[in-house]
Design a protein around this ligand. Structure first.
Ligand code: GNR
Ligand code: NI
Length: 168
């Protein structure tokens, strides 16, 4: 297993559109395991492959309290959505910033699991928020894109300064 470096806003590689995975082979399974390890190590509840500079449609999530229930979504697609709900979001690629974002309240998705088998999942609450947040990453979208240009600009300036100081 290995920890993978996480890209940070405004890195343009976060804007890459990810490709569908054609075969869930051992290399993909290894990537899933490394992403799960990276997510736990970074104290995140989700991680999209885009964030570790791998532009494939793969997400890992664990919204459980005990952090013992990792969920792997390969080629996730939304089947249906209902309602609208606002919640506070953060992102490992936008460290230190938390803002309110509107998302669908309940979603049904289909995806492949780590074994390459198709399944459907109904989600609400934090899990629904997290899935939508991660699926946005696969399309090169970040939660800061839902904020005003002014807020986004301020976050960008602060992160650039911080990255310069840390010579990231
Ligand atoms: O760890 C994370 N927490 C979080 C909190 C509220 C809404 C979304 C998230 S996802 C984030 C991890 C991350 O950046 N995934 O892409
Ligand atoms: Ni994120």
């Amino acid at each position: 297993m290995a920890l993978l470096p996480i890209l940070e806003f405004p890195d343009l590689r976060l804007r890459t559109q990810a490709s569908f995975i054609t075969t869930v082979d051992t290399k993909i399974k290894q990537l899933v395991d490394n992403m799960i390890e990276t997510m736990y190590s970074a104290d995140g509840i989700g991680l999209a492959a885009t964030q570790v500079n791998i532009h494939k449609r793969l997400i890992v999530i664990d919204t459980s309290k005990e952090k013992d229930t990792p969920l792997c979504l390969i080629n996730p697609e939304i089947i249906s959505i209902t309602g609208i709900e606002e919640s506070e979001e953060g992102c490992l690629s936008v460290p230190g910033f938390f803002e309110t974002v509107k998302r669908a309240e309940k979603i049904t998705i289909k995806a492949l699991n780590r074994e390459g088998e198709a399944f459907e999942l109904e989600a609400e609450g934090l899990l629904a928020v997290c899935i939508q947040h991660e699926m946005d990453h696969l399309d090169g979208k970040l939660f800061v894109d839902y904020l005003s240009a002014l807020k986004r600009q301020r976050i960008k300036a602060k992160l650039l300064k911080q990255q310069r100081q840390q010579r990231k």
